[in-house]
Design a binder for this molecule. Structure first.
Ligand code: NAI
Length: 703
């Protein structure tokens, strides 16, 4: 059992001990009920302290039991809390570090609570698309009032114990300990005092017996509901939090508990909740690489060199400066360095202006940044990241130099977005030290980092870079070497489909609207205008030579031939007014597309939003299935993470693979077979990837 039982004098202490955060898994729950029984059967014990070992009181549900029948096995959390309430001897929760979710609900079942300062208190279930399911919505408003409780439940955000303790009339904590160090001792003293107080047999206090009201009654909840609705439009859980807390004010405790249970179970089944839980698990899984064990040795990275101070080099550098790691930037000319530094300064200064960064922090970060024009100055850096022009010849020159100067054991990384990392590694005599770190633009903002594993990349190098990704707060996903890696290889298919849709009868605005209704922040054409349509144009020109005969719509090339590169030229798929970013449907573009259709002999047809979304999303899914087959990604959930953190795929749909799983792979394949018959589309592309066909036939899923 993962809870310890010890008796100190006449106080029994039950200590949850299930690292890292004392999750309330079955064996911990059994430990608690077992401890309660022992304490109640021991005549020498007069009171009980419930606390957590190590870094938490309890972080709530055990994620290892997520979605498994074990989570519901008796004693489930509800039964444990009832057992605590029913203890004949007072139970005192001694709370420190973290009390979240089920952990806080457990504490709320105790007769008394003492907390250490600095404890994070939260009911974060809403972040998984749920409401608290073990009495949190019924008990928290009884001790903190409806408004504070509802705010905590709807936001899921942690609040510090001392802030709660400072609220007049709060009943969450009976006492604050002077410090975390004195908590254990003070809890024992409180337990003894409460044992003495109730020695006469007087009833033990229970949160369930406290009244629950808001002075404005239903009016308050109506206001709260309106407010929450506006902020949570694709997510049902926040609105249900309001319903559950309101139920606490309108029902007896046990009836309120049934309402909470009912809402909880219904939310569990929603696609949004499934998606959020998938995201939670996928995020943790991304850092696990099948053949690189967690205890793989790592190299120490205490300094970074960055080659190229352009768009990416600057943003990449900021990540490390923010994490307190010194950076040396190298360029070919002083002017380029000056420009790069000025951009970094401008970025930080705007953060300072907005009050997001303190002046002294800004100066501290800038003091970690140095520059050079000479490769010899880089020799002591633990890792170098190259972000120069996207040309193999330039990469070759740079990596030959790096191989010459960098100290043995230094990691040599390339930020290339399209070039072959194996070939780049081949420019050095140490391919085991070479890796791709594909940042996304703006590199100081975007969460995603594709870590590109070359054929010869050392496991320790991979483990080191994954850990470094965590240090600079990125979501790191491992990709093998292929054209476009995971993300861009899939988006290429999506863009091709967008082009075909235009040819066949859509307008850019129609496609964008359909995709945005599906939940993407931006449709493909608005996105193209933002990123610059000329970038794709340049890549296509090169790729067409590489992949002869690949079918695509020429509309994007025609657009660029008109000089309509996007927002930066004031015109792209849409028209733009000077200084504004609003995309205005363009007659010129509509005409351009119509003329193109005429030239290639296509009669426009009406295309449904459903077809638009299916073709765009399933084209990515089919490509992703090839990516999995080839071992470029090691698991489907990694692909979802790439799209959720780097490409604006709607979070509540859980990523393309999770979404396809939910639609059902059989249905996805059926649609592909239909698209394959469209003579204007790329029929060969729509042949379902063998992996997808197999899973669909077997009734299985990607995840
Ligand atoms: P950029 O043109 O803004 O910057 C490149 C910088 O490298 C320039 O300042 C240039 O002076 C410098 N440079 C060129 N050759 C050099 C050499 N031999 N030695 C030292 N410095 C040299 O380009 P950007 O956009 O920053 O791209 C850099 C790399 O990042 C490319 O490989 C690109 O494919 C990749 N990338 C770009 C993304 C983007 O959205 N811009 C996204 C992801 C990757």
């Amino acid at each position: 059992m993962t809870a310890e039982y010890k008796v100190h004098g006449n106080v029994a202490v039950i200590t949850l001990n299930n690292p890292p955060v004392n999750g309330l898994g079955l064996s911990t729950r059994l430990g608690i009920t077992d401890g309660l029984t022992r304490a109640n059967n021991d005549a020498a014990v007069t009171s009980i302290v419930l606390t957590g070992a190590g870094k938490a009181f309890s972080g709530g549900a055990d994620i290892k039991e997520f979605g498994s029948p074990k989570a519901l096995q008796e004693p489930n959390l509800l039964s444990v809390i009832v057992a605590v309430e029913n203890s004949a001897k007072p139970v005192i929760a001694a709370i420190h570090s973290v009390a979240m979710g089920g952990g806080l609900e457990l504490a709320l079942g105790c007769h008394y609570r003492i907390a250490a300062p600095g404890t994070s208190i939260a009911l974060p279930e809403v972040k998984l698309g749920l409401i608290p399911g073990a009495g949190g919505t019924q008990r928290l408003p009884r001790v903190l009032g409806c408004e504070v409780a509802l705010n905590m439940i709807v936001s899921g955000e942690p609040v510090k114990s001392e802030l709660i303790a400072s609220m007049p009339g709060q009943k969450l904590f009976d006492k604050m300990a002077a410090s975390a160090d004195s908590l254990a001792e003070e809890a024992l003293a409180l337990a003894q005092a409460m044992a003495a107080k109730h020695a006469d047999g007087s009833a033990l206090p229970l949160v369930r017996n406290l009244p629950c009201k808001h002075p404005l009654g239903d009016a308050y909840f109506q206001f709260a509901r309106n407010m929450v609705k506006g902020m949570s439009k694709n997510y049902p859980a926040p609105g249900k939090c309001v319903d559950a807390v309101q139920a606490a004010t309108k029902n007896k405790f046990d009836a309120g508990m049934l309402i909470e249970r009912d809402i909880f179970i219904n939310l569990m089944m929603t696609p949004e909740c499934r998606a959020l839980r998938h995201l939670f698990v996928a995020e943790r899984a991304a850092s696990k690489i099948p053949d690189v064990p967690a205890d793989t040795s790592q190299r120490a990275i205490n300094s970074i060199a960055v080659i190229g101070a352009g768009t990416m080099g600057g943003g990449i550098s900021m990540n490390f400066l923010n994490a307190g790691i010194p950076v040396k930037m190298l360029e070919m000319k002083q002017e380029a360095l000056d420009r790069g530094i000025a951009t970094i300064r401008k970025n930080y200064e705007s953060q300072v202006k907005k009050g997001k960064l303190k002046q002294e922090k800004y100066e501290q970060r800038m003091s970690l940044l140095t520059t050079t024009l000479s490769y010899d100055d880089l020799k002591d850096a633990d890792m170098v990241i190259e972000a120069v022009f996207e040309e193999m010849g330039v990469k070759q020159a740079v990596f030959t130099e790096l191989d010459r100067v960098m100290k043995p054991g230094a990691i040599l990384a390339s930020n290339t977005s399209t070039l072959d990392v194996n070939q780049i590694a081949g420019f050095t005599k140490r391919p085991q030290d070479v890796i791709g770190t594909h940042f996304f633009s703006p590199a100081n903002v975007m969460k995603l980092l594709e870590v590109v594993r070359g054929e010869k990349t050392g496991k320790d190098v991979l483990a080191t870079v994954m850990a470094l990704g965590k240090k600079i707060k990125k979501t790191s996903v491992v990709s093998g070497v292929c054209d476009g890696f995971i993300g861009n290889r899939m988006i290429e298919q999506y863009s091709r489909q967008a082009g075909f849709l235009l040819e066949e009868g859509c307008t850019p605005a129609q496609v964008d609207k359909a995709v945005e209704k599906f939940g993407f922040a931006m449709g493909p054409f608005r996105m193209g205008d933002l990123a610059g349509n000329d970038i794709g144009w340049a890549i296509r020109k090169r790729r067409n030579i590489e992949k002869p005969g690949m079918k695509y719509s020429k509309t994007a090339d025609l657009l660029c031939e008109l000089g309509r590169y996007g927002q930066k030229t004031g015109a792209g798929w849409y028209d733009y007014q000077a200084g504004k970013r609003d995309a205005i449907p363009s007659d010129i573009v509509v005409k351009m597309v119509e003329e193109h259709r005429k030239a290639v002999g296509i009669t426009a047809r009406k295309i449904s939003d459903e077809e638009i979304v299916q073709r765009l999303v399933y084209s990515m899914v089919n490509e992703a299935a090839h990516i999995l087959e080839e071992g470029i990604a090691s698991k489907a959930s990694d692909i979802d993470m790439v799209y959720l953190t780097g490409y604006g795929f709607p979070i509540y749909r859980g990523g393309p693979m999770h979404y396809a799983d939910q639609v059902g792979l059989f249905n996805v394949v059926q649609s592909m077979n239909r698209f394959a018959k469209n003579p204007l589309d790329d029929g060969a592309f729509w042949q379902p990837a063998p992996l997808l066909a197999k899973l669909a036939a077997e009734g299985k899923t990607f995840n």
